[in-house]
Write a protein that binds this ligand. Structure first.
Ligand code: MSP
Length: 508
């Protein structure tokens, strides 16, 4: 039976439209899901929407019907965006679905019964955009004395209301021990250190219900309380699988990796873990907090008008160019700055020049010298050090990918693939096939064409998780059928040259 692999993205708030930040996480998860499927894993890839909370309630004018209407509209936007971006999720969970609400109430009930949830009063500060509670000592203050959220810098509001609390503090030692005993649990290392520091400062019990507005999942037997949006949302990772006894839960839990932006690692590595400990549910294997995209060095926001739309970008330059750029431009754990210039520069150099030209030149030569049929290298397979490097290099990349995908080092994997592409381009220059053609050295010329087509078939296979459409196009232009696979016989295949993969972008 195939080994299972369960991966998740955060579920996105629906007051926003999907921008490249959301697309970044979702595309990264998609690439990993596709890679694992190619490796034969039984993958479950979950994404979805986080639809409750004060933020969306306020945005819809604090009215139930309008909130429901707004949510429906916005969710449709996310579902269609992921379709356009070719996201291969196996499930899409919405926190307003019955299957989710029922599990949240079950979790609440269980924790209330076992004494990990109790009724008290919350007095403190709340950041609506981040949906987070803060104590005075954690807040920043501006010159006018306003109390600001330490995460987003926006003004917080004072809260004083009856609330149920979750005994986070009870799990502090167990949590610390777990993180220390599992050095790879929180990645990258910088995030792990932040979380350790945060826990060592001491965990306070967490307010997990609100009474100020009705947009949320009701507390069983006390419906004037709605469950705090983060407590509700985190449960999506098990509600989608049908906790506690659903077949999918038995099969796929624990999650192999929760992927997210760095700002919400704390909710996952602390709150979520303690909730699972309290429930007696096994813990996820990894939490990965990637970096943030800024634009012109600034946070993206509707009010600044600098939000980058991944759909417009892929309409203009092609979807695979967007998927490639986001994962190639910066290492996955590090922040990146988006600019149209850097996008176009990378497109032209890596995609149009390196990859596009390699395919184009190779197929042109196969057509010109061999009537479009990939020749048999006969006894000239790996005839020199360079041809050998192309054949051996493939194995090296496959091996390196196993390790690098484990660490979600997407940019490193792409750098590795591109060094192979460069090797093939240099091979053409060094071998100068046009000279061999001139002097009638047909056998050697044939061997060179074979090695180049071999390299292109390997490249189609390597890029498949990142650029599914491009991979398929290379495969088809090589005249191959089915989907790109590790081993295929290319000898005697008639190539089918098509349009350039990535037409060069001329900048005026
Ligand atoms: N609803 C919560 C998550 C609950 S998960 C149980 C939430 N939603 S969100 O819509 O604000 O999405 C946050 C996620 O979107 C980040 O963690 C990150 O994955 C992605 N990004 C949003 N903006 C981003 C950037 N500017 N750059 C990179 N990714 C960011 O938080």
């Amino acid at each position: 039976m195939a080994e299972k692999f369960y991966l998740t993205t955060p579920i996105y708030y629906v007051n926003d439209v999907p921008h490249i930040g959301h697309a970044y996480t979702t595309i990264a998860a998609d690439v990993l899901a596709r890679y694992k499927r190619m490796m034969g894993f039984d993958v479950y890839f979950l994404t979805g929407t986080d639809e409750h909370g004060e933020k969306i309630w306020n945005a819809a004018g604090k009215n139930l019907d309008d909130t429901k209407k707004l949510v429906e509209e916005k969710v449709a936007g996310f579902i269609s965006a992921w379709k356009i971006l070719d996201i291969s999720n196996d499930d899409f969970i919405r926190t307003t679905e019955k299957r989710h609400e029922e599990v949240v109430q079950k979790v609440f009930h269980k924790l209330l019964e076992n004494g990990d949830v109790y009724l008290g009063e919350y007095e403190g500060w709340y950041c609506v955009p981040c949906e987070s509670f803060w104590s005075l000592s954690e807040l920043k203050e501006d010159p006018e004395g306003r109390k600001l959220c330490p995460d987003c810098g926006r003004e917080t509001e004072v809260l004083k209301e009856e609330s149920y609390f979750f005994k986070l503090s009870k799990y502090q030692d167990q949590l610390l021990a777990h993180i220390k005993a599992n050095p790879d649990f929180i990645q990258p290392e910088s995030r792990r250190n932040e979380i350790l520091k945060f826990i060592e400062q001491g965990l306070r019990d967490l307010s997990i219900t609100r009474t100020a507005f009705p947009w949320g999942i009701g507390v069983p037997d006390n419906p004037k309380h709605v469950i705090y949006v983060w407590f509700d949302a985190l449960i999506n990772y098990i509600s989608a699988l049908g906790w506690p006894d659903g077949e999918k839960f038995k099969k796929y839990w624990p999650a192999d990796v929760h992927i997210m932006g760095k700002e919400i690692v704390r909710f996952h590595a602390v709150t979520w873990l303690c909730m699972l400990m309290a429930l007696g549910v096994p813990l996820p294997k990894k939490v990965f907090g990637h970096g943030w995209w800024t634009v012109g060095g600034k946070k993206m926001s509707k009010s600044k008008g600098n939000v980058v739309d991944p759909l417009a970008l892929s309409k203009e330059f092609g979807l695979d160019a967007v998927r490639y750029f986001l994962l190639r431009e910066v290492p996955f754990g590090v922040d990146g700055d988006f600019s149209r210039n850097s996008f176009i520069k990378r497109y032209n150099s890596d995609l149009a020049n390196d990859l596009g030209n390699l395919l184009n030149r190779t197929l042109n030569m196969v057509e010109r010298y061999f009537n479009g049929v990939i020749p048999d290298p006969k006894n000239l397979l790996c005839f020199d050090e360079y041809s050998q490097r192309l054949v051996e290099g493939k194995k090296g990349i496959i091996k390196a990918q196993e390790r690098d995908f484990e660490e979600l080092s997407f940019s490193l994997i792409l750098i590795g693939i591109w060094s192979y592409i460069t090797l093939a381009n240099v091979y053409i220059e060094n071998q100068a096939p046009w000279k061999l053609a001139k002097f009638g050295e047909t056998d050697k010329l044939g061997a060179i064409m074979y090695h180049l087509c071999f390299a292109l078939s390997a490249i189609a296979y390597f890029v498949a998780p990142f650029m599914p459409e491009t991979s398929q196009k290379i495969w088809q232009q090589l005249g191959l059928t089915g989907s790109p696979s590790e081993n295929v016989d290319i000898i005697g295949v008639k190539v089918a040259k098509g349009d350039p993969l990535f037409p060069r972008i001329e900048v005026s």
